[in-house]
Design a protein around this ligand. Sequence first.
Ligand code: ACO
Length: 318
Amino acid sequence: MHSRIAGTGSYLPAHILTNHDLARQIDTSDAWIRARTGIHERRIAAPGEQTSDLALHAARAALGAAGLAAADVDLIVVATTTPDMVFPATACILQSKLGAKNGPAFDVQAVCSGFVYALTLADKMVASGAVRNALVVGAEIYSRILDWNDRGTCVLFGDGSGAAVLVPSADPGILSSHLHADGSYRDMLSVPGSLSEGQVIGTPFVRMDGGAVFKFAVKALADVAREALAANELSSDAIDWIVPHQANIRIIEATAKKLDVPMTRVVTTVDRHANTSAASIPLALDEAARDGRIAAGQHVMLLAVGGGFTWGSVLLRW
Ligand code: ACO
């Protein structure tokens, strides 16, 4: 028994924050942000919107694409670094908003690799027969953990959500997963804050060593892609689409170059979405699936890297 993706969905909050808008608030420019990151604009969640609300829109769209109802969902995994609250898990809140019942629901915290981690767990549970249909969501509201006076970080991120429905399949949809982490790099990218006795201890905003992250990300993405190719005895020519984490167009281009894959076979949304962390891969996957770029039978490689540091790949036959 295997699992395959039967439907995808995504959601972006209505409010668009452009680079020009940011340049009116802090010492930056559209030209600097475009040249260094490829980002033109990002979405910002409305004040009353929660991560579970973003997840709900994407989940409904994915279920619709899969032709399934909420009652058919046996497992919900939400990848997020920006949960609604400390607990319960955003996955449980989503389950209730969706009107699903009974199956397990939990969050995965692997920062920008969260969706690839969550998809891997769900694949193992569906393929083993432990559950039947699984809903995997990446949803984030990074706008609430950014220091809007820190131009080195606040220009990079945005809010959004994406989802995929996994169903059992006689033929493999998910061909392989490779996950990694190395916590010795934990200080390179973090939100080093916590709650204690009603107070925020430390810093509740994203802190990052941008140059170090850049170098680490390119190496990790290329290494894990090669690991997946070797495990499946494929060359990079056999990959129809790479759907990478959308951190920065320069990271994506450098990775594609290392893998000898032209950018025409790489799905990018970073120009419009910025870095939506765990939501970035399912957002990009949904866009390319819905506009018909990804076709039945094609090989699709998801590549992720994020805080922790964590990194990983999922290779799919669509
Ligand atoms: N606008 C204008 N100037 C800026 C801005 C800004 N928003 N941010 C920094 N600068 C300035 C700096 O202060 C510096 O000025 P100085 O030379 O006077 O000191 C100058 O621009 C160059 O700064 P660098 O940090 O050297 O710029 P760099 O070319 O390295 O680009 C960036 C910075 C875009 C952050 C890059 O390092 C990067 O993309 N790193 C990867 C980070 C990333 O993608 N993080 C996402 C999370 S990680 C993940 O998802 C895996």
